[in-house]
Design a binder for this molecule. Structure first.
Ligand code: FAD
Length: 433
């Protein structure tokens, strides 16, 4: 008999909780990855940078496994079909995986667990992608936190060195199932093609950059943030190792990693947000304008507001947008144009290299004021003032709009003052109900 290790949001061999436990199980470990057709069919375009990143990372894993005399087994089907077939080929004792907290992933795992149970196979899952999950950080009365500051305080109080210990499994690699290389389907076999001009940020912790993070992170013209989002999303970096470094170098940066855990905890405790609902239900009363022409202008970076347009062009060109500008562009779509935040959420989901449901939904619901610990609805970013504060010399704007001429730019699609008034009225009418 063998055991299976199922890669999902944890595409690395080092310091991987479930893989460590599988390698210590006393059985040979077959590592598998499934290109889940239930997930792939949701993509709107045949070019998707996240699929490309996964594909690239699997090839790296394949090489590393080759050095251990093993290979990655990949599937291209639903997980249920994959495991049905695998069970016909092998005697399997257990399937090991790291926990995933999104609703659809939880439902998938519950289905697989019961399918395996019928065959007398254990499904064993472990915490790996966060330091604290589920009910680890809750209030004294065991209810979840919905405000970040007390959550982060409790998170820090709870943190003991043991939580950051690595799952050191290098000496266990001889326990991988030994067989010759399996073939990973090509991107085109999967129905995808390469996205032009996209490059993935390196997986490195730049100590100097993180030391200056507090002073620099808010200025979009400076390369002042880590760009580790995609690596955290797919687990190509270990959160334990990253938190240990953050703790030693910069508290502000550590707080951002705690925001990530906060939104994951919110997703776990409040699964209604995974069904397209506002965190605060009364915000679903808002009557959106949803003008498709204006949405198109926003998505193409042609609103006539240079900071908004620069942000959207950065996103469209590179798959990345600076956090400050994510807040400005999101606020503009929702409040200036009164377009449903879910349209923007979906647009970002399709474009961002670091797209992660919990953080993206958290960011959008923050901007729409419908989220937990969100910006109050009457606080409406003024793109001009944001520019004066965070891009005073227009360096960021000129980088993404190279022919920018302030005296001869696209006329604004809405007037700031009247859009602001309209948003305030719309929100207060909805919240009165
Ligand atoms: P750094 O500033 O170097 O931060 C390090 C890491 O901390 C990030 O990679 C991320 O994992 C985490 N982090 C930082 N800020 C936040 C935050 N506010 N919420 C949750 N985690 C955070 N982040 C995503 O990871 N995926 C998304 O899909 C996403 N969508 C967003 C949408 C909107 C509308 C907004 C306002 C924010 C969104 N964010 C998202 C949060 C934040 O903008 C990005 O995490 C950050 O810009 C990524 O760049 P970085 O890796 O250089 O981050």
């Amino acid at each position: 008999p063998i055991v299976i290790f199922w890669f999902r949001r944890d595409l690395r061999l080092d310091d991987n909780a479930a893989l460590y436990h599988a390698l210590k199980s006393g059985y040979r470990v077959m590592p598998v990855f499934i290109f889940d057709t239930d997930i792939l069919k949701q993509f709107e375009t045949p070019e998707n940078a996240q699929v490309e990143f996964i594909h690239q990372q699997l090839q790296i894993l394949q090489k590393e496994l080759g050095h251990c005399g093993s290979s990655l087994k990949t599937g291209h089907s639903t997980p249920a079909v994959f495991f049905e077939n695998l069970c016909k080929e092998h005697t399997i004792k257990a399937v090991y995986a790291n926990e995933d907290y999104e609703l659809s992933a939880r439902e998938r795992d519950a289905d697989i667990e019961s399918l395996l149970k019928e065959k007398d196979i254990d499904f064993l899952s472990f915490k790996d992608q966060v330091i604290f999950s589920k009910d680890d950080i809750v209030k004294d009365d065991r209810t979840p936190y919905t405000v970040f500051t007390p959550y982060s305080k409790r998170w820090k109080q709870h943190l003991q060195p043991g939580y950051l210990e690595s799952f050191d499994n290098r000496d266990l690699f001889c326990n991988f199932y030994q067989y010759k290389s399996d073939i990973i389907p090509s991107l085109s076999d999967l129905g995808f093609s390469k996205k032009r001009g996209i490059s993935f940020p390196p997986m490195e912790f730049n100590g100097d950059l993180i030391r200056n993070y507090t002073q620099q992170r808010d200025y979009p013209s400076i390369e002042g943030t880590s760009r580790l989002g995609i690596h955290l999303r797919f687990g190509t970096i270990s959160i334990r190792q990253l938190v240990a470094k953050a703790q030693a170098v910069n508290e502000t940066f550590l707080n951002e990693l705690i925001w990530r855990e906060f939104y994951h905890a919110i997703t776990w405790h409040f699964p209604h947000i995974c069904k397209g609902q506002a965190f605060k239900p009364q915000y679903d009363e808002i009557v959106w304008r949803n003008d498709e022409t204006e949405f198109k202008a926003w998505s193409e970076g042609k609103t006539g507001y240079p900071i908004v347009d620069a942000g959207m062009r950065q996103l469209n060109d590179t798959g990345f947008m600076h956090n400050r500008v994510r807040m400005i562009t999101a606020s503009f779509l929702i409040k200036h144009l009164l377009i449903d935040w879910r349209w923007g959420e979906a647009y970002f989901a399709n474009k961002l290299l670091d797209f992660d449901f919990a953080a993206n939904n958290g960011g959008w619901q923050w901007a729409s004021s419908s989220g937990c610990d969100a910006v109050p609805y009457f606080r409406i970013f003024n793109p001009q003032l944001q520019t004066e504060k965070f891009d005073k010399h227009l360096e960021y704007i000129k980088k993404w709009i190279p022919d920018f001429d302030p005296l001869n730019y696209i006329p604004p699609i809405v007037n700031h003052e009247s859009a602001r008034k309209r948003a305030l009225e719309t929100y207060s009418n909805a919240l009165k109900k």
